[in-house]
Design a protein around this ligand. Structure first.
Ligand SMILES: [Fe+2]
Ligand SMILES: [Fe+2]
Length: 307
């Protein structure tokens, strides 16, 4: 997240799509979200999802997609670890700390609870808690402020990459889900992640007005975080999903399933949207954007294919 010291974040961007996808739904006014907006002001609630209507046949028809959803539920439910690190990193900016505490963390944890609640309907025999506990035992060792960009502005730019990744991943899940409750849930989460992206982008711009980091520095931060996205979180989460969902699997089974789930994750990934979102923090002139966007789209395709 970005922070601009002692300045109420300008969230005008949150009211204007940062990219041209016309289907983004912005419900809560940005200025309201940035103040104190706990659960009562969330865009949606778990109770809205009608979990009792989950179609078990449709849910069971795509186990690879459900494994991906379960991995996402672990990472989302571990958000408190990230939130604490980010709040510490931005402790000089109370506006950002407040937004992280009251909106961002609250959203991420609700995503985790909602995905868990969905899985408990879709996979009634799966014991989510022990699987999550084993995941968090490994994952918590990787969450450290040392992994954040030392520059507050650059960390905000890097957070845009993470939110771009989640926003486009949930769009992909929603697009291919046949089960209606999952389709809606993934869509709602994707909208939240897009709003997070817009807030981080606005905070980045504010913070960078002070820090004055140039495009090369910003580009470096984006590339570093994009590179990290490939590796850890999803990989660790999937390993723990497989170990508890299919304890009988051999290492070869797990390797094959990992490949299949990766394919599912990128099957409907909106690559062009992802590259537009990646470009935003660079604030390139329109002519340069037109020139670089096709290359970035191709680079994003290549990067995603290596996940
Ligand atoms: Fe999330
Ligand atoms: Fe998010």
């Amino acid at each position: 997240m970005t922070s601009l010291r002692n300045t109420e974040p300008t969230l005008a961007l949150a009211a204007e799509p940062a990219y041209s996808a016309g289907d983004v739904v912005v419900v809560a006014p940005a200025a309201t979200r940035a103040k104190s907006a706990p659960e009562s002001q969330a865009r949606w609630a778990i109770e809205d999802l009608n979990l009792n209507s989950v179609d078990l046949n449709l849910a069971a028809a795509d186990d690879d997609l459900a494994c991906l959803v379960c991995a996402a539920s672990f990472v989302e439910s571990g958000s408190a670890l990230y939130a604490a690190n980010l709040a510490e990193h931005f402790s000089d900016d109370e506006n950002i700390v407040r937004w992280l505490d009251e909106r961002w963390e609250s959203d991420e944890l609700r995503h985790g609870r909602a995905l868990r609640a969905y899985l408990e309907k879709a996979w009634p025999s799966f014991d989510w808690q022990p699987a999550f506990d084993s995941f968090i035992g490994e994952y918590s060792k990787l969450c450290s402020t040392e992994l954040l960009e030392p520059s507050r502005a650059l960390e905000m730019a890097a957070r845009c990459v993470v939110e771009m990744g989640t926003s486009t991943l949930y769009r992909s899940i929603s697009e291919q889900a046949q089960e209606p409750v999952l389709k809606r849930l993934a869509w709602e989460i994707a909208q939240d992640e897009t709003l997070h992206y817009k807030n981080f982008l606005a905070y980045f711009k504010q913070r960078n007005a002070d820090e004055g980091r140039g495009r090369w520095a910003v580009c470096g931060a984006l590339i570093r975080r994009a590179w990290e996205l490939r590796a850890d979180d999803a990989d660790i989460a999937l390993r723990h999903v497989f170990a508890h969902r299919h304890p009988e699997w051999t290492p070869e089974d797990i390797k094959a399933a990992r490949k299949r789930v990766n394919l599912v994750a990128r099957r409907k990934l909106p690559i062009q949207l992802a590259s537009k979102m990646l470009l935003k923090p660079l604030d390139l002139p329109p002519a340069a954007q037109r020139w670089i966007e096709p290359m970035l789209t191709r680079a994003t395709q290549i990067a995603v294919s290596r996940f």
